[in-house]
Structures are given as structure tokens and as C-alpha cells.
Write a protein that binds this ligand. Sequence first.
Ligand code: NI
Length: 234
Amino acid sequence: MHCCDYRLIITMLLKILSLLPPERLQTVISILKEAPFVNGTLSAGNAAKRVKNNEEVAMNAAQMSQLNNIVMASLVANPQYKSAALPHRIAAPFYARYTEGMEYGDHVDDPVMGAADRYRSDISITIFLSGSEDYDGGELVIKTSFGEQLVKLNAGDAVLYPSSSLHHVNPVTRGERLVAVTWVQSMVRSAEQRELLYQLNTARENLLKTKPEAEASKTVDICYANLVRMWSEL
Ligand code: NI
């Protein structure tokens, strides 16, 4: 477990470093080079349309399933993601491109998404595909109870944050910003409860590894299981 995770989760953001390993990232980047991008406002709700200025891979693009297989496989297998998101449903990602002058103004993400199979967005996820050195500007800026947090991570890193938070993407002033974005409906709707469970689970895993026979470890393990049961809705 990374040293700073406790600090980050208290500000409602969780960074997952190296979610996409370099070889998968390279494959994703080369697929994106061939993929058709369309105006991002096509997928935006009415309010978001006014502030959204980016491009996205067309939903019906032939490359979509290949991209999703790589990105989703890495995400759903990640232990930190599973522990923090407690996912019930996850959306197929969007792949967005911001070139010079593009940005996405202040907005909250749509509360309910999907057409036939609808789901509530509890957690928003941005996976950075370009390196932070590949562009200037383009920070993801999230309003939290501790002020604005600027997020610009290395290629392959991801950030999770509550979909209810107001956020924007600063204008890109040089280069190209490529990201994958997706949304999760969590088994646990409350961000506060999810944070407690994430921290408790981190302590639980540590106890089960270092003191598997201790009475306290067994108690924490049982309490974690029963809290997930108490707070889950499916
Ligand atoms: Ni958004």
C-alpha cells in the first residue's frame, strides 16, 4: 500500500498508480492512433454540452471493444480499485482527446447513465493515457471539502472521485491529453461509508497478513464483512 493513500482518501480522491502497465498502455495508444474521434458534445447532456469542448472515440468505432478489453481488464482486476469502489456496475469507458485550446468547464457528471441498462454514477474514474510531459494545462480540477485539487498524473495512473463533485478540465495549452473515463455504481452509495470501508479493509488485510491468528484480526475481518453486508445495496 502506498504511503499517501490514507491522506488522499480523506480528501475524497484516490490515486491508483500504474493501473495500466507500460505494454498495455502502448497497445492502447497505438489503437487510439487509428481510431475515429468525434466531437465530444455528442455524448453530453444538455448542461454539459455548453461547457464541453473535447473529442471522443466514436461509440460505434471498430476499435472500441479492443480498447475496452484492455482497459477494463486492468481496472476490474486492480485490488485497490475493488477495495475503494466496491463496484456493482461499471460503464464502458469513453476515450477522450484534448488538443490545444480544448477544455471541459465546471460540471457534475450525469447522475443516471446507460440506455437499456441504467446505472447510477457514484464514482468517476479518469485513467491518464498521455504522460504529464506530453501536454501543458489539462489538469483535472476537483472541488472537495478541502478545496480544489489539481490532478495531472503519469501515463497509466488513475484517479477515483465521487461523481457528485463539481469538476473541470483546464484548457490544454500545448500538446495532446488522452484519457479514458468511466463511472461505477458502487454497492455502497455513500462516499463517506466507502472511505471508512476502504480504510478498514486496508487495516484488515495488513492484520490478516501479519497476525492471522490474533483474535483482533479475526474480529476486524468479521466486522468488515458485516459492515459491507449492512451498507450494500444491489
Ligand atoms: Ni466529468
